[in-house]
Structure formats: C-alpha cells, structure tokens
Write a protein that binds this ligand. Structure first.
Ligand code: HEM
Length: 446
C-alpha cells in the first residue's frame, strides 16, 4: 500500500477523550463530523472508530463493499444479548437464508392486513385518549405510541395482542437503550457479569415468545402470519426446520426492531406538525379531500402524497436509526484516508441528512423538498433512514405504510399541541428519541 493510501484521518488523539465520556452520543458524533469532516477518528481504549459522514461512504460501506463491513460491532453485540443471532444481528450465509425467508412476509397482502389492524388499534387508542383527556390532562406521547406500534406488530406478525405485555417489552427496550448509553461511554458492559439488566429483560421476553411459538406449533389451523411462516420454514438445502431458538430469535428481533423505531418516528412527526401550523393546515386539506371521514386503507396511500412527504421529511430531520455501525474486516480507503481492518466505522446518518452540502436550509421542516414533481431526488447516500444496499430495513415499506395510516387517522380524528414550557431534546441511544418524552394536549377534531 502506498504512503498516501495509509493517510490517517484527523480526529481525537489519546486512548479515550473527555468529550466521549461527558457528551451525549449524538452531540459527540455530530461534533466530530462537523469539526473534522467526512472521516473523523477517535479511540476508545484499544478500539478505533471512524465517524463517516459523506454520502459516498454510505454507498461504499453498505453496498459496494458490504461484504467487508460486518455487524460484529459493539452495538450489535448488545442487541444480540436479547435477540440472539438473527436477520438483524447476523452476517454471511445465516443472514442470506433469513432474508430470503422473511422478506416475502412484508408483501402487499400483509401490508393490507396491517393497515386494517392499524386503523382498529389507532381508533381504540383514540377512544381512550379522548376519555382520558376530557379535562385537558396531557398525555406522554412517546409511551402512547410505543404501545400502539407494539399492538400493530403483535397483531400483524403474531396474530396476538402484545399490549398486555407492553410493560415487559417496554422495560426490555428501555434497558437496551440505557445500557447502550452507559456502555457507549465506558464499554464496561462488555464484561458479562455487568449485564444483569439484559439477562433479566431477556428472560421475560423469552418466556413471552416461547409461549407464542408453542401455541402456534399446536395450532390446527395456523394463520398466515410471520410466526406460522417461521414454524413452517424449511432449509432449501437440508429440508430442516428452524430450531425453537432460531424461531425465537427472529420473532424477538421483529417484535423489537418493528415497533420502537416507528413509535419514535411518529413522536417526532407529531412534534414537527405541532410546531408547524401551516404544514398542519395543508395536510388537513389533503386528508379531507382524499379520505373525508373514511378510515385510510393501503389503497389510499398513493393519493396521500403530502402525508408521505411529511413522513419522509420527518425521517430526514429525526432518523430513528441515527448512526449505523460496522466492523471493518478488510483494509479500505475512504475520502483518501486509510481505514484499517479491525477498526470500526459509524455512518453518521443524522449529520448526513442535515448537511448543507446536500440539503438547502437543512434544519428547516419542509415536506415539499420530497415532492418529486418539483425537487430532484437527494444525492444517492445522502438520505438513508432505512440504511442502504442489501441490508436495508426489511420492514421499510411496512413502517412507512404504518406511519402514514396512523398519522392520517390521528389527523382525521384529533388535534394536538405541545404542552408549553417543555424542552424537547433529541437523545441518540440505539434509536433517536425525545430525551424526556413529550407531553401533548389532545382534543377531538370537530
Ligand atoms: C421508522 C421505522 C424504521 C426505521 C427508521 C428502521 C431503520 C432500519 C435501518 C437503518 C436498518 C439497517 C441497519 C443496518 O444496516 O445496520 C434496519 C434494518 C432492519 N429493520 Fe428496520 N426500521 C424501521 C422499522 C422496522 C420494522 C417495522 C421492522 C419489522 C417489522 C424492521 C425490521 C428490521 C430488520 C429485521 C432489519 C435487518 C435487515 C437485514 O439486515 O437484512 N424495521 N432498519
């Protein structure tokens, strides 16, 4: 390798930086990208990280050289403690086999079923809200939306209502996020004995999933949902079914990956709409014209184009997966800098999607920038809320359709505003969420 190809990127010197220990992960990563440019280096003990913030890096790492960038990272290791090795956390042949098996489950018929379940779940939530808030009492919106998306995933993928289990699932997700934060700063969670919150949360979720799998195996007339597909799946070469552990890992993954991200995305969208009355007004006009009082269906979504733009713009400003990590298995060169095998990269999606090089007035909430009739598509790699390349989110269509249906139903039936005086601070843990939740006042739309 020539000297220039071994050029080290700029960044923080020393085995650990004070900023790393004291700043929030989001502030730290954005700060490095801003200060040092497209490739920024930092070390945590003997681990070397590179923060990447150029659209070409997204293409290179997640598509062109995807085979040389694996999920053997510290964040995925944390997730594996609860989900095991699965479509989300695994690599290589296991990933290929699971992707082939699971992707077809997100096709149109499933999405139609999801849209119906979503309207029913949203209506039930609205009934409860309107009773609870009659005297003007505010709601904590993040936890409301987490319950809602959990219910949708449960009914759609497992034909069951997971809401009774919501506290257990909530505790598990919370402990993953908390540990991610703590662990991010100190890495001490790499020591197995300190992983007690994981073990406990994992135990509760294991029991839940195991009982669902057992029930499905003895079902005489199984439904066509994800759980049935996992139970009935056979390996193409060996004809072997998935083991109970493998079924459990995939079911757990889809339950966890499939609700928290969408709930946080919806919370950010409701916040943005509350902060931008002119967007809200234009959006209301679309809902009225396209839907009137009829509940939204999957077939309505192509005509709800402003709703789609709102969803896309909200995911640009607040990408639920705000940074994508990978482990480097072969030496590479990015923006002229040497990226050695054995180091880690973090694609700084939040930063990339607000970079003025690729976005005009990047911090402004302007859904029209996603109107393809008037604006060109973003530069490839500059917008990647669902990742990129072969490992792009398997639930992307599901999540986008679900978000549009939920928002449309909420917009038809109620209006909301932020409780004044609260500070809304983004916190980037595993997902990007409002640090202390968000309180809103909700009223029926008359
Ligand atoms: C707004 C909602 C969502 C966002 C922003 C989101 C984002 C992402 C991103 C960025 C990735 C790629 C991660 C990486 O490359 O390291 C991913 C992967 C994945 N997501 Fe999502 N996701 C969402 C909803 C969902 C839903 C609803 C499901 C399932 C029901 C789901 C299941 C998965 C799975 C299984 C993977 C791994 C795919 C693979 O590696 O082949 N996600 N998601």
């Amino acid at each position: 390798m020539t000297e220039s190809r071994r050029r080290q990127p700029p960044g923080l010197n020393g085995p650990i930086s004070w900023k790393f220990l004291t700043q929030s992960p989001l502030t730290f990563i954005n700060g490095l990208a801003e200060q040092y440019g497209p490739v920024a280096r930092f070390d945590v003990a003997w681990y070397r990280y590179h923060v990447l913030s150029h659209p070409d890096h997204v293409l290179r790492v997640l598509q062109e050289r995807a085979g040389n960038y694996t999920k053997e990272t510290h964040d995925y290791w944390l997730m594996k403690q609860i989900m095991g090795t699965s479509l989300l956390t695994g690599d290589g042949n296991l990933w290929k086999q699971r992707r082939r098996l699971i992707q077809p489950l997100f096709q149109r018929r499933q999405l139609e079923h999801m849209a119906i379940q979503t309207v029913a779940a949203t209506d039930a939530m609205l009934e409860r809200w309107l009773k609870q808030t009659r005297d003007g009492a505010p709601l904590e919106m993040v936890s409301e939306l987490v319950q809602l998306t959990l219910r949708v995933v449960g009914r759609t993928l497992f034909s069951t209502d997971l809401v009774d289990e919501a506290p257990a699932v909530g505790t598990a997700v919370h402990s993953i996020n908390e540990l991610a934060n703590w662990n991010w700063k100190t890495l001490v969670a790499m020591i197995p004995v300190l992983n007690y919150p994981y073990q406990r949360a994992s135990g509760v979720l294991n029991q839940l999933i195991q009982s669902l799998v057992t029930a499905r195996k003895s079902d005489l007339e199984p439904s066509g949902d994800l759980l049935t597909a996992l139970v009935q799946a056979r390996d193409e070469e060996t004809g072997q079914p998935l083991t109970d552990i493998e079924i459990r890992n995939e079911a757990m993954t889809l339950m966890l990956a499939g609700h928290d991200t969408t709930a946080h995305h919806l919370a950010w969208t409701m916040i943005l709409l509350a902060q931008h009355p002119q967007v809200m007004e234009k959006w209301q006009a679309e809902l009225q014209t396209v839907l009137g009082d009829c509940p939204p269906t999957l077939a309505d979504l192509p005509r709800l184009s402003y709703t789609r733009m709102i969803v896309e713009e909200s995911m640009r400003l607040y990408p639920p997966v705000w940074a994508i990590p990978r482990a480097v298995t072969e030496d590479d060169e990015l923006s002229g800098y040497h990226i050695p095998a054995g180091s880690y990269v973090l694609l700084a999606i939040y930063h990339l999607q607000r970079d003025p090089q690729w976005w005009t007035n990047p911090n402004e909430f302007r859904p029209e920038r996603f109107d393809r009739a008037i604006e060109p598509a973003p530069r490839p790699g500059a917008y990647a809320p669902f990742g990129w390349g072969p490992r792009t989110c398997v639930g992307a269509q599901f999540a986008t359709a679900e978000s549009q249906v939920i928002l449309a139903r909420l917009g038809q039936r109620c209006q909301w505003k932020l409780v004044p005086g609260q500070q809304i601070v983004p916190e980037g843990l595993i997902t990007l969420m409002p640090r202390n939740g968000v309180r809103m006042q909700v009223q029926p739309r008359v």
